[in-house]
Ligand binder design. Sequence first.
Ligand code: GLN
Length: 483
Amino acid sequence: MHNKTITELSKALREREFSSVELTQSYLDRIKKHNALNSFITINEEMALEGAKVADTILANTNTNLLTGIPIAQKDIFCTQGVKTSCGSKMLDNFISPYNATVVENFNNAGAVMLGKLNMDEFAMGSSNETSFYGSVQNPWNTNCVPGGSSGGSASAVAARLTPAATGTDTGGSIRQPASFCGITGLKPTYGRVSRYGMIAFASSLDQAGPMTRSAEDAALLLQTMSGFDTKDSTSLDIPVPSYSASLNNNLEGLKIGLPKEFFSEGLNNDVAQTIESAINEYRKMGAEIKEVSLPHMKLSIPVYYIIAPAECSANLSRFDGVRFGYRCSEPKDLNDLYIRSRGEAFGDEVKRRILMGTYALSAGYYDAYYIKAQKVRRLISEDFKQAFAEVDVLMGPVSPSPTFGLGEKTADPIEMYLADIYTIAVNLAGLPAISIPAGFADEKPVGLQIISNYFTESHLLNIAHKFQQTTHWHQLSPKGFE
Ligand code: GLN
């Protein structure tokens, strides 16, 4: 069962090959069997089986939603009513959400079954899932290596077939990079496509939720359910949602692909570069035209991000004060002591580092020098993409300069960890959609190809990804021991 795509599972459910209860139980068994991966923070056994039972009764009647009865898992950044929502932090270890995020509500309405909540970097801050209060997650392709971050639990669980699909969020690469490290498909939609309501905020102008699946075809199904205008999110855009599955097979003859030269410069691992080149060759065979382009300001994306993201996070995380919800220190002397000790005891080092950086960048006297300046450079970065898309339809390149690395290998040097996000962050600063698809291996570790397209052209991205997956087998491979 667990090697089937969502489309196949959905067909099997409809044809009574097995029930949603049986399917859900088989995934729950796998999750328990591969507990050592640590990809789940909460396993939702009872509620999942109850949901599956309901789905089975719906499936017995006429029903057209392909996700009915399909198990999925949510990154623990999404509020789930009645279920612990920790965001990977000690701060929210005791938090049971009283409401559902819109994304979660959309999956519920479709009849999907929630298996549980997935491990992640604390408040989505990290690139290796090692900042989680619940411990690091293993990469099923090499259990001594990181799954990437911050959606590390999502990527590890999908790659190990512990769930047919998962949700992730991407503020600076957190869907694409773990998807690349774990050999799965991960799509970051256009900013405003998927509601952020009930998705715990890290950097509000960058955060965007998206699907993490084994194939582009499955990603189309999930994105269909996740997308749409939401009056509860003021940055949600009222633009019609197309049928993402309808255009998957469109011909790619004459597609203009741009290769930003900045994506292939020094610092890129040789084996990764070769893998990306042969992936691009596949597109050449399909009739695409390849052209070099330039994103001259891309090199500034990391410094800009490390002003804007911490600035926004310092404001967003001010709500965790030990008063209304979350962790509260024991026997505070007075209000200040309550604030200081609650936050001091419950936030991890990376979160504290970002709050400090952000508070500094926003303080009087530095606001203009850092925050305003960063916003101006952010505009220049968006303009680079605009110019590139005047010449070509999509951009292609690597997701990360190297494949997955050893657990603990980079934790001592946060700057080194930050620099590895060089190919993903500019996309968030511009608010563009991008996907990572399995493109091969470097040193027996999965490598993802990144495809970036213009605003609200997710259908095109999925089409381009699907065509690749029709002629290559990378997305079908499973890690040893998880077949
Ligand atoms: N790795 C980046 C960071 O640490 C991006 C994280 C994300 O996209 N949530 O902030």
